[in-house]
Design a binder for this molecule. Structure first.
Ligand SMILES: *[C@@H]1O[C@H](CO)[C@@H](O)[C@H](O)[C@H]1NC(C)=O
Ligand SMILES: *[C@@H]1O[C@H](CO)[C@@H](O)[C@H](O)[C@H]1NC(C)=O
Ligand SMILES: *[C@@H]1O[C@H](CO)[C@@H](O)[C@H](O)[C@H]1NC(C)=O
Ligand SMILES: *[C@@H]1O[C@H](CO)[C@@H](O)[C@H](O)[C@H]1NC(C)=O
Ligand SMILES: *[C@@H]1O[C@H](CO)[C@@H](O)[C@H](O)[C@H]1NC(C)=O
Ligand SMILES: *[C@@H]1O[C@H](CO)[C@@H](O)[C@H](O)[C@H]1NC(C)=O
Ligand SMILES: *[C@@H]1O[C@H](CO)[C@@H](O)[C@H](O)[C@H]1NC(C)=O
Ligand SMILES: *[C@@H]1O[C@H](CO)[C@@H](O)[C@H](O)[C@H]1NC(C)=O
Length: 413
């Protein structure tokens, strides 16, 4: 492990000093002077209520051959031109997200940054959904080993959707068509709620997951960036269901090899060890982990000279093991985790915040460029471990009528 770390980290992140400065100085909203760092939910709410904006929702549709189509709601701040394109048919994906840096007023006025890698209007790629761009990962995130699990004495077989590794990857929500159940516009923000209910009838499609449940995903654009709220309810009358979730954004960077990752240093992190090669091995956690401090915002991803200088390949999971810093001030609220992807070439930092109560895992995947040529880094918030149905690591057992809620969001610095 140590050798690998040293080999991969021979360069320093160019704007590390700047990054620290930003952290100290805090978030500065360019438009109406909201000047607090996004360090607590209360502050976020405050920034919403203090900020004026003109928000709108519009409909968009992509049409393709054979009558295929994709439906979207676009959330826009017409004062700033910040915008989020949210798909709902099929759904729950952020196809486009343009935000302004919150660093300082001149920067913010000058730039509208494209945060996430999308499909650029390509409906074939969108429906093919090969690399799960901005997919909600429900009712499981990442891999279930051998696509099988046992729950309360019954064993279930899921469809194998990653044959090379013989596993079930990323749940089945992302290809589903949602209903738009709420659209809300105010001076402070704009939100859309997407709902999907899995009834008895639908379950026939998923013999390995015969549980009825409903999912609400709410996307909200405001001065605090784009926030996502997930709410899942078990609709069974008698049966508990196994559950954990994630989300799969790819951050748009100009040079993956020179980009840096900063896992929130107010928390302690471990890397979950897996067996074998990252590209071909099963990627299932072995149960062992090591303390992980490499992603401190100073060490770039790096490139591999024996692989055409492509970015070093990471497909690794990290978990918070110490929450020493997560509980302070602000009326005893839990602070959200703030992880960052630092684009040292585009001079921009993407903040992915996630609630520290539920979303205590992060998966890093740097292989997109090698697969498609697109320069994106996936940093995926997860509420449970890869293979949690089998290893039980932060698995949520949802009893009938019980509710699971989590949240995460995007800000640009
Ligand atoms: C937003 O876009 C419109 C239309 O392209 C443009 O006229 C306007 O100046 C933009 N506003 C800002 C703040 O960039
Ligand atoms: C705003 O950011 C830009 C780009 O990083 C920098 O050149 C400029 O000095 C900053 N302005 C202020 C007032 O801090
Ligand atoms: C759209 O995506 C498909 C599938 O990835 C790809 O084969 C095709 O070349 C893309 N079309 C364009 C115009 O980029
Ligand atoms: C998956 O199945 C293979 C073949 O039966 C077995 O060797 C392997 O241990 C299984 N993986 C896990 C994580 O259980
Ligand atoms: C979503 O709706 C389309 C029709 O636009 C349909 O072809 C597709 O099968 C639906 N998806 C699912 C998973 O039901
Ligand atoms: C989902 O959101 C809609 C719209 O706000 C609401 O009517 C519904 O009750 C919500 N469902 C759950 C389970 O909270
Ligand atoms: C670099 O690429 C080579 C060839 O693909 C591969 O064998 C090796 O494991 C890679 N090294 C690292 C550190 O990823
Ligand atoms: C980033 O900053 C460097 C150094 O200040 C500058 O040379 C470069 O043009 C900037 N890149 C972008 C995309 O703004």
């Amino acid at each position: 492990m140590i050798d690998k770390i040293q080999m991969k980290n021979n360069k320093q992140c160019l704007n590390h000093k700047y990054y620290l400065k930003i952290k100290e100085k805090g978030l500065k909203d360019s438009f109406k002077g909201v000047s607090k760092m996004l360090t607590s939910w209360i502050v976020l709410l405050l920034s919403i209520t203090l900020t004026f904006g003109d928000f709108i929702i519009t409909d968009e549709k992509w049409t393709g051959a054979n009558g295929q189509y994709v439906l979207f709601k676009r959330l826009t701040n017409v004062l700033t031109n910040e915008t989020a394109l949210i798909s709902y048919h099929p759904g729950g994906r952020i196809e486009q997200l343009l935000l302004r840096p919150k660093r300082n007023a001149s920067e913010s006025e000058a730039r509208l940054v494209s945060v996430l890698v999308g499909n650029n209007g390509n409906i074939t790629a969108f429906l093919e959904n090969k690399y799960y761009k901005s997919c909600p990962l429900i009712p499981w995130a990442n891999r279930i080993a051998n696509a099988t699990y046992t729950f309360y004495g019954t064993s279930y077989d899921l469809p194998i959707n990653e044959p090379s590794r013989n596993d079930a990857l990323h749940g089945f929500l992302c290809q589903q068509n949602f209903t738009v159940t709420l659209e809300r516009v105010s001076n402070f923000g704009v939100a859309v709620t997407l709902t999907k209910t899995f009834s008895n009838q639908l379950q026939n499609m998923y013999p390995g997951y015969p549980f009825q449940f409903t999912v609400n995903l709410t996307f909200e654009l405001s001065a605090g960036g784009l926030s996502v709220f997930a709410k899942v309810v078990n609709l069974e009358s008698k049966n508990a269901m196994p559950f954990y979730m994630g989300y799969h954004p790819y951050f748009n960077v100009q040079d993956v090899g020179r980009a840096c990752i900063a896992l929130d240093t107010r928390f302690g992190w471990v890397e979950l060890l897996t067996q074998g090669d990252l590209q071909t091995g099963p990627l299932i956690p072995t149960g062992q982990s090591i303390v992980w401090t490499q992603w401190d915002g100073q060490h770039p991803i790096g490139t591999n000279a024996s692989n055409n200088n492509l970015p070093n390949y990471y497909d690794n999971g990290y978990r918070i093991f110490s929450k020493a810093g997560h509980f302070n001030g602000y009326n005893g609220r839990f602070l959200p985790v703030e992880n960052r992807v630092i684009d040292t070439v585009g001079n921009v930092t993407f903040v992915l915040w996630q609630d520290s109560k539920r979303m205590v895992f992060s998966q890093l995947f740097t292989g997109l460029q090698e697969k498609t040529g697109e320069k994106g880094i996936a940093l995926e918030p997860q509420s449970g471990s890869t293979n949690a149905y089998n290893n039980g690591d932060h698995l949520t057992v949802l009893y009938p009528g019980q509710v699971f809620q989590s949240r995460f969001g995007f800000v640009v610095e």
